[in-house]
Each structure stands twice: as structure tokens, then as C-alpha cells.
Design a protein around this ligand. Sequence first.
Ligand code: MN3
Length: 200
Amino acid sequence: MFSLPDLPYSYDALDKYISKDIMYLHHAKHHQTYVDKLNAAVASAPELQGKSLEDLLTNLNSVPDALRNAVRNHGGGHYNHSMFWQWMSPNGGGEPTGELKAKIIEKYGSFQAFVDEFTTKALAVFGSGWVWLQPNLDILTTANQDNPLMNGDKAPILGLDIWEHAYYLDYKNKRDDYVKAWWNVVNWDFVDNLARKNAT
Ligand code: MN3
């Protein structure tokens, strides 16, 4: 059985940029629903039980046809949000340090140019989806709760939820204001660690 991870900070910890109301609804309601529906899907298929979330998402073809969409949407939702909470921190913002920063500058010319490209891709996604930074520093986007693991790519080192439920209460239809604010809470220490871990 999968379970909802605790937030690594309080619901109001990011309040300057993302309100307590959004964080509560997003974690306790939306994420909980993905967990519940993933568990319901897995419970109905003995062959899926005991598999890790990453295993399920990287091998969606081995999930029975009738359950594939449920595992894709709710398993993706569970994975993406479990990471998303860790990609933010009340002590976040600023820039990465060390090797990651050097590699970003090498690839994009400057840290700001990277931020601009990631932001442009976030604003270009039609409807609901996610923006990802990959270990090779490519920026990918996916629709709905899909993620790079489902496409045979490596686990992302950073991701941004651009579903309206992530920002509408605070920013209404202004996705650009939300994305601009979100950079102030990015947990670069965690991203740095993932970049080192996923580099091999
Ligand atoms: Mn979400």
C-alpha cells in the first residue's frame, strides 16, 4: 500500500509565495486522492502488489489494460507530488551551487537564461502538466500526471506542477506570476543531491 508522505515543512511555510490554503488542499486532498486511487488500482491486480512506484511507472506496459490509465494518472500523481514537496523549501530560492550551477551555465549560458527557458516551457504547456529538469539538464514537459520515467527517460532532478490546482487560489489565471514566485522556494540543495545521485 502506498501512503501520503508528510510535507517536510508546515502548510504555511511557503506562505509568502504559496498560501497555506493551496498547500493544504494540494497535499491533503489532491495528493491523498492520487494515493487512494493508486491503491485501489493495485488492490485489484495481485500481479502489481509489492512493486515499487518507480517500477510501475517505468513498466506501464506490464500493467493490465484495464488498470493502465489509473496507474498512469494516480501513480504519476503520487510520484510527481511526493517529489514536488521536496523540491520546495521555506529556505529555498536563489541559485544552485558548485557543479550543478557550473553545468547549467555551460549549457544555457547563464543561470537566468536557464530560468527563462524553463519558464517559457512552463507557460507554453496547454492545460495541465509538469515541467522537468533532467539529469542531463534538458528541460522536458509532460501532460497531465505523466513524467519522464514513463517515457523511458531518467528520473527528473526538478519538476514544477503547472496544474491550475497548484496556483489558482493565489494567482487565478496568472500562471506566469505563479512560476515567477515558485523560483523563490526551489530547494536547490535537494536538486543538487539528486543531480549527483542521478548523474551515473
Ligand atoms: Mn498538483
